[in-house]
Design a protein around this ligand. Structure first.
Ligand code: GDP
Length: 530
């Protein structure tokens, strides 16, 4: 096996998803702690954005020169090279969050044991399902009062429509949380004090029949565990690696990221059950990193440089095959010419660093003089294949944009188009009028403020936003439909995107169904292709 293939085989690239406050940052930090990337917990500044106003947020971006909202961390553990793609929650939630999932080969879903499945998880989960990537569940905060364990599993199965397979089972919860029972090995894992999670701690493993357990667990705890395991063995889905790989069965683990209970157990199992970088679809068939020798990558995120003086940007790409070397010329398919990828960088723990080489599975950011768009392919292969595009995710908030000073039309059009090209916003027009009326759609409301701030600061254009009542957008799939004859509902609006594709906006979800009923030939889609 070549050295490059060897490197790629070691890679595991996954996204970590959760509803805000479920413990994603804490768990990520603990992974880094076990991987030796940081010495003590508390050094990852993942949450810096949460409590800041937009302008502060911009300042942070400027200071750190890189997005704090969606970062990639790389670390090593047990012979693996691991790339974690963080997905921001809260108001930072944007299309970037969805697109990040396009760059991952699997996802880890963190769930708060006292809350179960929450809104943000549901949204992100949809994208994982669309991609059929494996999803692993970590039920966190078992050191606090938790929902009934069976109810939690039920919740995931019903809410998300995926079968679950508990790999381990909690022994007690809250103050009584002692450890987990490993169902495969039939072993009890007991965790030692980790000084509130600041050190790695020790794990004591005992066979389920070991009499020593009588000293450690009280009778009630033992009886409960035995009963629950019996129930579980009869009721839960069996572990099936094939179904896991297809994203149809989610292995479930229990633990507490704060106290490190169950974190390393999870990491080990997770790494063994996920695969190295997966093949990706192109216009010339699947490109498999194990057989494709040449470098190839696609752009999934573009980050504007906050420096007003030059409007250059950082393009983040997922390497799909081969090796990357700093400064090497690669062919940019959409641009139709060779480019040199300069200033390649990667996030290591909490800092950004320049890199010399990277391999399939890695994520790198490169300097972008304004030539890349989301979904672009880069390769050194003479076959010049193009990776499948990244879907356009449905915005959920819409506003009409008005310029305050109409003399600055040119700057305004340029600015709004550039910001849309970066994928921070989507722009639409009224169906029957020209550019006069621009409608902006965003996935997360913070993007409206970002748009306003950036147009003002980078393009010197002041705008007013008027919120629109629409929440649902659908792309019309069958282009032959005559839009003038469409019988819609009173809360429906016809618009078009920049490529003149017709779309419909609705204020209420039930209107979508009604419109479909009234127009039998109409085909609508929740995702558009960029
Ligand atoms: P995120 O928003 O998902 O990144 O959540 P954080 O990792 O920032 O955690 C949110 C809060 O929950 C913080 O105050 C953490 O200290 C706390 N937390 C995280 N994991 C645990 C856990 O396992 N047990 C308890 N009790 N608290 C936790």
């Amino acid at each position: 096996m070549s050295e490059i293939t060897n490197e790629i085989k070691k890679r595991r690239t996954f996204a970590i998803i959760s509803h805000p406050d479920a413990g994603k940052t804490t768990l990520t930090e603990k992974f880094l702690l076990y991987g030796g990337a940081i010495n003590h917990a508390g050094s990852v500044k993942g949450k810096a954005t949460a409590k800041h106003a937009v302008s502060d947020w911009m300042e942070i971006e400027k200071e750190r020169g890189i997005s704090v909202t969606s970062s990639v961390l790389q670390f090593h553990y047990g012979g693996y090279c691991i790339n974690i793609l963080d997905t921001p929650g809260h108001q930072d939630f944007s299309e970037d969050t969805y697109r990040t999932l396009m760059a991952a080969d699997s996802a880890v879903m963190v769930i708060d044991a006292s809350k179960g499945v929450e809104a943000q998880t549901r949204k992100l989960f949809k994208v994982c399902v669309m991609r059929h990537i494996p999803i692993f569940t970590f039920i966190n905060k078992m050191d606090r009062e938790a929902k009934d364990t069976f109810d939690l599993l039920d919740d995931i199965e019903k809410e998300l429509g995926i079968a679950t397979c508990p790999m381990n089972w909690p022994i007690g919860s809250g103050k009584e949380f002692k450890g987990v029972y490993d169902r495969q090995k039939k072993e009890v894992e007991l965790f030692s004090d980790t000084h509130k999670g600041t050190s790695v701690g020790e794990v004591k493993k005992l066979d389920a029949n070991n009499p020593e357990l009588d000293w450690i667990l009280d009778t009630q705890a033992r009886v409960t565990l035995e009963e629950e395991i019996e129930l579980l063995d009869g009721a839960a889905a069996e572990f099936d690696q094939e179904l896991v790989s297809q994203g149809e069965l989610s292995p479930v683990f229990f633990g507490s990221a704060l106290t490190n209970f169950g974190v390393e157990t999870f990491l080990k199992h997770f790494l063994a059950m996920t695969s190295s970088p997966l093949p990706r679809m192109s216009d010339q068939g699947e490109i498999d990193p194990m057989t494709e020798k040449d470098f190839s990558a696609f752009v999934f995120k573009i980050q504007a440089n906050m420096n007003k003086a030059h409007r250059d940007r950082i393009a983040f790409m997922r390497i799909c095959s081969g090796m990357f070397e700093a400064g090497m010329p690669v062919y940019h398919i959409q641009g139709g010419k060779d480019v040199r990828l300069s200033q390649p960088q990667q996030m290591m723990a909490s800092e950004r660093k320049m890199i010399e080489t990277a391999y399939g599975g890695d994520i790198i950011g490169v300097f972008d003089p304004g030539i890349f768009s989301i979904g672009d392919t880069l390769t050194t292969s003479k076959d010049k294949f193009t990776y499948e595009g990244i879907p356009t995710f449905a915005p959920e908030h819409f506003a009409r944009v008005r310029q305050v000073d109409t003399m600055k039309r040119k700057q305004f059009v340029k600015g709004i188009n550039q910001i849309a090209q970066e994928g921070a916003i989507q722009i639409f027009q009224e169906y029957n009028t020209g550019m006069e009326e621009i409608i902006v759609g965003v996935v997360g409301v913070l993007q409206f403020d970002v748009l306003k701030y950036r147009l003002q600061n980078e393009y010197n254009v002041e705008i007013k936003l008027e919120n629109l009542p629409y929440e649902h957008i659908r792309w019309i799939e069958n282009k032959e439909i005559n839009l003038d004859k469409l019988v819609g509902t009173s809360d429906m609006k016809k618009i078009k995107d920049l490529k003149d594709r017709p779309l419909l906006l609705f204020a209420h979800e039930w209107s979508i169904r009604m419109t479909l009923d009234r127009n039998k030939d109409l085909k609508l889609s929740e995702f558009g292709q960029s």
